[in-house]
Design a protein around this ligand. Sequence first.
Ligand code: AHR
Length: 496
Amino acid sequence: SAFAAEITIDTAKPGAVINKDVYGQFAEHLGTGIYEGIWVGPKSKIPNTKGWRNDVVGALKDIQVPLVRWPGGCFADEYHWRDGIGPREKRPVKVNTNWGGVDESNAVGTHEFFDLVDLLGADAYVNGNLGTGSAQEMSEWVEYMTSDSKSTLANLRRKNGHDKPFKVAYFAVGNEAWGCGGNMSPQYYSNLYKQVETFLRAPKQYRPKIIASGGNDNDVVWSEVLSKELKKQTDGISFHYYTIPTGKWEVKGASTAFQENEWISTLSNTLRMEDHIQKNSAAMDKHDPEKKLGLFVDEWGTWYDVEKGTNPGFLFQQNTLRDAVVAALNFNIFHAHAERVRMTNIAQMVNVLQAMILTDKDKMLLTPTYYAYQMYVPFQGATSLPISLKDNQDYSAAGFKVPEISASAARAKDGKVYLALVNTNPNKSADVAVNIPGQVVKSVKGRVLTAAAMDAHNTFAAPQTIKPAAFSATAGADGKLTVKVPAKAVIVVAVE
Ligand code: AHR
C-alpha cells in the first residue's frame, strides 16, 4: 500500500548554485571507452567528424555534457603527451599496462581530445602525469596547451593545427596517488604537488583550475592533509567512490539478473556518498572554513563484474534501471552539497563501468543512466533550494534499510522550480504531497523513468526497452498536489 510523505520546498531561501560541472563525464583510454566507442578515426565507414562518431557525439550533446575528464584515471600516470601530437601515423605505439595490456596507438591525443570537447560544446579537464612524468613534462604540456606567446611549444601547437590556446578548465596533478598513481603517502604527494604546481604557468585568462588528487572511500586523511598543505596552491581536492553491490572487489555482483538483495545493497552502498562527502568536507573545513577549495568527486558510479566473454581489463558492463536510480540518488546528494562539491565525473562516458552509451561496431544504445542525466539537465547551473521531507519511510530488505524517497529541488536558469523524486522501493509506489509555502502548486510536468523489472535494460537487439515517459500531476479539488511516484522510479518535473 502507498504511504503519504510530504515535501516542502523553501523557495525563499535559495542555496548554492549547482555547478554545471557536477554533471561532468570521464573518458579514459580504457577498453572501448575511447577507441571504437567514440573515436573511429576519420577514415572509418562509421559516420564521423574528425574521427569522432556522429551518433555518439550527437547523443552526448543531447545530455549537454558540460565537462570531460581525460586521458585517465590510472592511464594518466603513464601517459606522455608528446606521444599524442603530430602526424598520427608517426605516433609511437605503447602498451596500455593498466587496462588489458592492449596496444595504445596514441591516435587520440591532445588535439583530438579538444576536437571532441569542441564538438560536444563541453569544457576540458586534463589529468597530468605525476606517476611516471615530471614537473617539466606537466609544465610543458600546460604551456603547449595554453600559451599565447611565440614560444617554440606554442608554435608547435600552431603547426599541429591549433592557433589559439586551448581552454583547459581543470588540470589535475596525478591520479589516485595512493594506488595506481604511485603508492604515495599524502605527505609525500603534497610535497611533489607543491613542486609541480609552482611550474604550471598559463596566461591569466587560460589558467586552468589546478586539482590535487585526493583520497577514496572511507579515507579522509588525504582531504585532511591536502587541504592543510596545499591550500594556497590548489583549487580543490578530488575524491573517488565506487558503488559495488557486494561491497567486495573480488566478487562485485552482476550488472543484470540480480535479486532484490543486490538491488538494495547497491542503493545502500551508493548512499554512503553522503557520509563520504560530509566527512571529507568537514576535514577540509578545518583548514578551509571559507570553502574556497572544491571537493571534486572525479570518479564515481557502479562497478560490477564484467560481462561474460569480455576482456576483464575493459570494465564493460550492462546498465539497468538500478543504475539510473544510483545516478539520481548521487545527483540529489551532490545538490545538497553544492557549496563544496563543484564538479564530479561519472566513470565513465562510453562502454566503461556506469556508461551513458554502449556501442557494438556501428550500433549504439542509450543506457538508463543516460536518461537520468538527460532528465536532470535543468539542474545544471540551477540554484539549489532547501527541502524538508516529512513522513518519509524506510524501505527494508535483506538486512538493509534505505529511505524510500530521495528528493532534490532547484530553481533552474529558466526561472522554474524543478523537483526530482526517487522511489528506492521496487515493490510499492509512494504518494508525495508537494508544498511551496506562499504559492499554490497547481501542477507538475516532466518525465518518469521506470520499468517492470529491476534490471530493465537496453540491448542492441532491443534498444528502446527502457526510456523515460511523460509524467504530470495536477492539484485536487482541495488544492493539494500529490505525486504518485511509481515503485523503483526516477521523476524530474517542473513545478507550476
Ligand atoms: O575508472 C576506472 C579506474 O578506477 C580509474 O582509472 C582509476 O582512477 C580508478 O581506480
